[in-house]
Design a binder for this molecule. Structure first.
Ligand code: 5RP
Length: 222
């Protein structure tokens, strides 16, 4: 927790009055949102999930609701979000929380994207390090699963013995990457499978900075 808190606070140090701020999803992003609440800045937040929206509102951050954001597409000054894995080229795996589709939309609309992670997230290679989340239309689960089999086995994400449903009313297939295809190509190839909404690889919109936290509270800025 110390590591996550340290990076969250570090990234929040870049947020200034008047900014439009992308709010990530997950335990690390949540620490940043709480910190922004404490800082009591005059900002507008763009939440990347329903959960994040609720938390941001509860700590007093002025929120642009998702639909309004999509309609008006204001430019976001800075997006602060976590990740499940980060490779040496700053390619990311996200989607452990199932929010990667909106998170990618927010990151893409942001002038700056600061990624906040603890040191356990750093890996030499993304392949095999963490399941890749693929958001799928519910009617396409079986066909996408068959297509994904060429890359590795996939599993429908469950929560409390029920199918996990995303904020966009879709399902998630988590697949373990077993082939050595470059992740940059894979991100695009998976999204070309009919029925796929988006996947948790972030290789196009990479972070502009990665803040890495350590258990003693030290932070490295990459
Ligand atoms: C959610 C995400 C999160 O950023 C990722 O899962 C990291 O979460 P945490 O900070 O809890 O480790 O991509 O979809």
């Amino acid at each position: 927790v110390k590591a996550k808190k340290a990076v969250a606070e570090k990234a929040c140090g870049y947020v200034k009055d008047g900014m439009v701020v992308g709010l990530g999803t997950g335990s690390t992003a949540e620490l940043a949102i709480k910190r922004l609440g404490e800082l009591d800045l005059d900002i507008q937040g763009i939440p990347s999930s329903v959960r994040t929206e609720g938390l941001a509102r509860s700590v007093g951050i002025d929120i642009v609701p998702w639909k309004e954001f999509l309609e008006k597409k204001p430019r976001i000054d800075l997006d602060i979000d976590g990740a499940d894995r980060v490779d040496p080229d700053w390619n990311l795996i996200k989607g452990g929380g199932g929010a990667h589709t909106r998170e990618k939309i927010v990151a893409n609309a942001s002038r700056l994207f600061y990624c906040i992670v603890d040191d356990s997230k750093l890996v030499k290679k993304l392949a095999g390090s963490f399941p890749i989340a693929v958001e799928v239309r519910p009617d396409s689960v079986d066909s996408v699963k068959r297509e994904l089999a060429g890359y590795g086995a996939s599993k429908l994400r469950m929560r409390d013995q029920k199918v996990f449903i995303t904020d966009n009313s879709n399902y998630i297939l988590d697949f373990s990457l077993s082939v050595g295809e470059p992740v940059e190509r894979l991100e695009v190839d998976i999204n070309e499978i009919p029925g796929v909404v988006d996947n948790g690889l972030f290789t196009r919109r990479k972070p502009d900075r990665v803040f890495v936290g350590y258990p003693d509270g030290r932070v490295d800025t990459l």
